[in-house]
Design a protein around this ligand. Structure first.
Ligand SMILES: [Zn+2]
Ligand SMILES: [Zn+2]
Length: 306
C-alpha cells in the first residue's frame, strides 16, 4: 500500500483532477441550463420588465413590446396585464378571458395569509399572490402543489374543492408615480424531474469535493512517508481538517530541517542526517557562519561559496 502511494505523482493527479472537475462542471452547467432554460429566461425577462416599469419615465410602448416577447416565449404565462391606477386594463399580452374584462378587480378571499384572491367575473379561478422571489423558486422548483394543499387544509377557506378551480400565480410590478400596475399571471408547469436534476447536480459536486478532500490527505500522507514522519498522523489530521492540516504540516516542516539528499525531516539542531549520514549544513569558509547547502553566498559576510 505504502509503495503504491509513494509512487503517485501528485502533480499529474492534480492536473487530471482539475481537468475532470472542470469538464464535469461545464457539463453540469450545460445540462441544468438546458433543462431550466425556459424558466431562467423567464426570470431574467421578468426582472428586467419589473425594473424598467418601476423607473420614473418608463416607455409604455417598449414595455408592452417586452411583455409580448415574454408571453410568447414562456410556457407558464396565462396573461400579462397592464392596469391603470383605476384598474382599467390598458394592455393584455394574450387577450385571454382575464384581459377581455375592461376592468380587472381582485377580491380578497377571507384568509389568514392575505395570499388568495378571486375575480368577480371568473368563478373558476383563484389567484395566489406571489412575491418575486417566491415566483422564481416556484417556477424553477415548484413545491407549489403541496404548499397550496397545505394552505387549503390549514385555512379551509375555499367553498369548493380546490381541484375544480384553476390556480394562478399573480405577481406584480407597480409604478409609484402613475399608479399603473403590471400583473403577471402564471400557471405552474414545473420542469419535469426538475428537483431530481438539482439533487443530482449537488450530489456530483459533493462527490468531486470529497475526491479533492481525499487527494489532499493522500498527498500529505505521501509527503510524510517520504519525510520519515508518521504518515498516519499527518494523513489523518489532513483527512479531518483538510487545508488547516496542510498548513500545520508545512509550518512543522519549516521549523525543522529537511535532508536535501533523502528528504527526511531532521531535528533543526542536527548537523548530519540521521537517516543517510549526509551533512545537513555547511559553514562559510571565511567567517564560519552556518549556511544552507544550496546557498551561493554567505548570509553573514557575503563570501561566494563554491
Ligand atoms: Zn538524509
Ligand atoms: Zn561568511
Amino acid at each position: 500500500m505504502n509503495n503504491f502511494i509513494e509512487k503517485i505523482n501528485f502533480k499529474k493527479v492534480a492536473i487530471l483532477y482539475i481537468i475532470i472537475a472542470l469538464l464535469v462542471g461545464i457539463g453540469l452547467l450545460i445540462f441544468i441550463g438546458n433543462k431550466f432554460q425556459n424558466k431562467l429566461e423567464f426570470i431574467y425577462e421578468y426582472n428586467n420588465i419589473s425594473k424598467n416599469f418601476e423607473k420614473n419615465n418608463y416607455n409604455l410602448e417598449k414595455i408592452k413590446e417586452e411583455i409580448k416577447n415574454l408571453s410568447e416565449n414562456s410556457q407558464d404565462i396565462v396573461d400579462v396585464l397592464i392596469l391603470s391606477n383605476e384598474n382599467q386594463i390598458l394592455y393584455s399580452s394574450k387577450n385571454s378571458e382575464l384581459g377581455k374584462q375592461g376592468q380587472f378587480e381582485l377580491d380578497r378571499k377571507d384568509n389568514k395569509t392575505d395570499e388568495y384572491y378571486t375575480n368577480p367575473n371568473m368563478d373558476n379561478v383563484i389567484f395566489r399572490l406571489t412575491s418575486d422571489k417566491e415566483l422564481m423558486l416556484t417556477t424553477v422548483l415548484s413545491n407549489f402543489d403541496n404548499d397550496v394543499k397545505k394552505d387549503y387544509e390549514d385555512e379551509i377557506f375555499f367553498e369548493k374543492n380546490l381541484s375544480e378551480k384553476n390556480l394562478y400565480l399573480l405577481s406584480y410590478a407597480i409604478n409609484d408615480s402613475t399608479g399603473e400596475k403590471i400583473y403577471f399571471i402564471n400557471e405552474i408547469h414545473p420542469v419535469i424531474n426538475g428537483k431530481a436534476y438539482i439533487k443530482m447536480a449537488l450530489a456530483i459536486i459533493m462527490f468531486l469535493f470529497m475526491i479533492y478532500w481525499i487527494i489532499v490527505a493522500v498527498f500529505i500522507y505521501q509527503d510524510a512517508l517520504k519525510s520519515k514522519l508518521n504518515p498516519y498522523l499527518w494523513g489523518g489530521i489532513t483527512l479531518f481538517t483538510n487545508l488547516a492540516g496542510v498548513i500545520i504540516y508545512i509550518i512543522y516542516k519549516q521549523n525543522n530541517k529537511t535532508c536535501f539528499k533523502c528528504k527526511t525531516v531532521q531535528n533543526r539542531n542536527n548537523v548530519y542526517c540521521t537517516y543517510c549520514g549526509t551533512k545537513l549544513d555547511k559553514t562559510c569558509k571565511t567567517c564560519g557562519a552556518t549556511i544552507n547547502v544550496h546557498d551561493k553566498y554567505c548570509g553573514r559576510c557575503g563570501e561566494k561559496q563554491i
